[in-house]
Design a binder for this molecule. Structure first.
Ligand SMILES: [Zn+2]
Length: 71
């Protein structure tokens, strides 16, 4: 069962609550306010590799790696 983290809209207290269904009424343990904002769990988001990889030709460091025509 999921545990959600809430931030109270009134006193900004953060608290966790086991939520059985989304309609469940939550109340702040500090001020018993019914207005709390759910915080999404911090996912370890995979870093999307968007950078263009410079895929150059396999240019060998040595001269005779090919391409230079020294043979
Ligand atoms: Zn509160």
């Amino acid at each position: 069962m999921p545990i959600y983290e809430y931030i109270c809209d009134d006193c900004q207290a953060s608290f966790e609550k086991i939520v059985f269904n989304k309609q469940q009424e939550i109340s702040c343990p500090k001020c018993s306010s019914k207005k709390a904002t759910i915080q999404l769990s911090v996912f370890s988001s995979a870093i999307a590799g968007g950078s263009a990889k410079p895929s150059g030709g396999s240019s060998g460091g040595s001269c005779c790696g090919g391409g230079c025509g020294c043979h």
